[in-house]
Design a protein. Sequence first.
Length: 163
Amino acid sequence: MAEALVIVGLVSSIVQFVDFSSKVVKRLNEFQFSLDEFPKTFRDIKAELPLLANTLERTKEQIEDGRFSKITQEAIRSVVKGCESQVKMLNDVLVKTLPTKDDSLWRRGKKALSSIGQEKEVQQITATLRSYVQILTYHQATGSSIGARCTSFLGNILTVRYR
């Protein structure tokens, strides 16, 4: 029962992250469309967030298939929560700096200028998200290679045993 709750909580966290990050990407798309010059750090995060969300979606499927132990699920949940907090920080920066449809021309210009000043914070958020991506990538790579080796090893044993 407790393991089922861990799975439900983790899956819920991933769904929440994917939903929230897609809203942030949508905001960045709107912002990019309204500006001639789009800051590089915003372009980077706009390109990377959908891939992170997709990776977490695949991880969610693996969790639902029962491929991870409870300890691994809890570790993944910590990474997902970390990603989520970084995206929320990014959203806070975007709220402060991205112009809305209702903003006057003067306010839009002011926000555009302030977005340049927020680049350092966005770079820090991006760097932290990248470290989480590296952790997830390492986990997936080692898990896949170990699983492949175990499958190969078991296949060899079964082949030898039943010849």
